[in-house]
Every structure is written in structure tokens, then in C-alpha cells.
Design a protein around this ligand. Structure first.
Ligand code: PXL
Length: 280
């Protein structure tokens, strides 16, 4: 049987467990070939003081041209952390060049968290990200990224009607399916709100909220969602599996937060994760 193949476009934070160092093992563990297109190399992710950063935009163009010459193709194109407007444009062209009719394009519009744009991004960055999202089949913003892209106020108190408006607003940017992550209606349960604009279907899936902030969990969530989606899970079912997996990874880390402050122990949960697919 032909093996499914995803390309993950993201940075390599050499230490700290986010972006490619979680995408590669998680998507591979589901039996999917994971080709990588690194956008930058950092000594560690940006929560580590004194991190180094090497931009790879020029090298990305050379890598992409090689693949184009060879006529390579992908069942899924997944993009995450992008470092510049030029890189966003490069990914837009990548999608145009490599997308087949049955290619799933998943864009995680990494822009910020807790109501704030990440420090290294300019104000024009969200506008450019909107253009990239318009080419996607699925987008997976958190509420900060949604408000930055829609140009609306970031709220921490809201109801289902508000989330529905946000989901519809995001789908009007062009992506057919939207998953809004980090949604809580009561502060006790935290989860994801899904909207499929083709069927009009809305769903919400949440798990018990585990207080503090965990680095890299957005990337763990999207990587496991991509794995499930490429394995053929229905959109909202994929979002549920990804939520369950992310929560398991967080629980696995709780007893060791002092030494493991920078990421979650997803490694211990991979075996169970791939077994889930055989049960589906
Ligand atoms: O998890 C998102 C992410 C990806 N890549 C780098 C980051 C972050 C979040 O801070 O710093 C380099």
C-alpha cells in the first residue's frame, strides 16, 4: 500500500520540544512519512533566554526548487511557525506548486498567545497570514491568532454565540474548516471549537482544564491533528483525538514541571497514540 506523505514546514528549535522536533516524531508515529522544510534553526525555542536564530529562507527556495524539478508531491502540506513575510509568500507559492486535488493543506497561523503578537513579528504579519490561511483547507488558530487576523478585540470571557461568530468570520477568510483552540466557556473545561463551512456543522470538545501554561502544546496538538486527519479521521474526530493526546502529554509532565518547564513529555504517549488508529 502506498504510504501517505506529509511535508511539515516549520522551524527547528534544537532544544525545547516544539515545531519540527514534535511534528516529526508525532506524525511519523502514525505511519506517515514526514518530509521537513525547515524555516529557521534556533538553539532553543524563544522562551529560552539567549536563543540563537538562523533564518533559512534562501535555503528553503533551493530545497523547494529541487523538489519541483523532481516532481515530488504530498498528501498533506502542514505549515507552522514562519519567521518573515517572505517566508509566508514562499509557503503560498509552495501550496500553489505542490497541491494536488486530494492534498490536505493545514495552516497553523502561529502569531501569538495570551492576547499578544509574538515579539519578533511586525504588525503587517497577521495581514499576510490571512492571505496564507485563504489557501488552506483547515486552519487551527488560537483565540489570540483569531482576533489578530480578524482585527477584533481579544476576549477572555465569551459565550458560544461569540465563538460561532469568530469561526464563521475565520471561514470567510477562505479556509473551509476551522478549529479554534484554547476555548473555555466555564474555565473548568478547555478545548477546541470546530466549524466546517461546507456542512455548517459546529462542534465543541473539551477536557478538564489543567491550570498552568505548557510550552509547545499548540504544536503537539496540530501535529497529532495532522496525523489523525491524514490517517483518514473525520475533521472533528481528528480534533478530539488531538485534544485527548495533548492532555495526556500534559498529565505525563505534571510531576516534573521544574526540570521540564520548556515542553511536554509527549514521547511516553506516542505508543498509545498510534494504537488509537488501529482501534478506529
Ligand atoms: O510553538 C510555537 C513556536 C514555534 N517555534 C518557535 C517558538 C514558538 C513559540 O514560542 O518560539 C521558535
Amino acid at each position: 500500500m502506498k504510504q501517505k506523505r506529509t511535508v511539515a514546514i516549520n522551524d527547528i528549535s534544537c532544544m525545547g520540544k516544539c515545531s519540527l522536533t514534535v511534528a516529526l516524531p508525532i506524525i511519523s508515529s502514525a505511519g506517515i512519512e514526514t518530509v521537513v522544510l525547515p524555516t529557521a534553526v534556533l538553539s532553543a525555542h524563544t522562551a529560552f533566554e539567549g536563543f540563537t536564530f538562523c533564518d533559512l529562507t534562501d535555503e528553503m527556495s533551493r530545497v523547494v526548487n529541487h523538489w519541483k524539478d523532481r516532481g515530488e508531491s504530498f498528501d498533506c502540506i502542514y505549515s507552522g511557525y514562519l519567521g518573515s513575510v517572505r517566508q509566508i509568500e514562499l509557503v503560498e507559492n509552495f501550496i500553489r506548486d505542490f497541491r494536488r486535488e486530494d492534498t490536505a493543506v493545514v495552516v497553523d497561523p502561529v502569531l501569538g498567545d495570551n492576547g499578544k503578537l509574538y515579539a519578533n513579528f511586525t504588525d503587517e504579519f497577521p495581514r499576510e497570514m490571512v492571505k496564507l490561511c485563504s489557501l488552506a483547507d483547515v486552519i487551527t488558530p488560537n483565540l489570540t491568532e483569531a482576533s489578530l487576523m480578524l482585527g477584533c478585540e481579544y476576549k477572555t470571557e465569551y459565550d458560544e454565540e461569540y465563538i460561532m461568530d469568530i469561526l464563521k468570520g475565520l471561514s470567510e477568510l477562505g479556509a473551509k474548516k476551522v478549529v479554534l483552540t484554547g476555548v473555555t466557556y466555564d474555565r473548568e473545561r478547555l478545548g477546541v471549537a470546530c466549524y466546517d463551512s461546507l456542512t455548517g456543522q459546529y462542534s465543541y470538545y473539551a477536557q478538564e482544564c489543567i491550570g498552568s501554561m505548557f510550552h509547545g502544546t499548540g504544536d503537539v496538538w496540530v501535529s497529532s491533528f495532522v496525523a489523525a486527519y491524514v490517517r483518514g479521521c473525520e475533521f472533528s474526530r481528528g480534533a478530539q483525538l488531538a485534544t485527548d493526546f495533548t492532555v495526556r502529554c500534559i498529565r505525563e509532565t505534571l510531576d516534573d514541571m521544574d526540570s521540564h518547564w520548556y515542553g511536554v513529555k509527549f514521547e511516553n504517549c506516542l505508543m498509545d497514540f498510534c494504537r488509537r488508529f488501529d482501534e478506529e
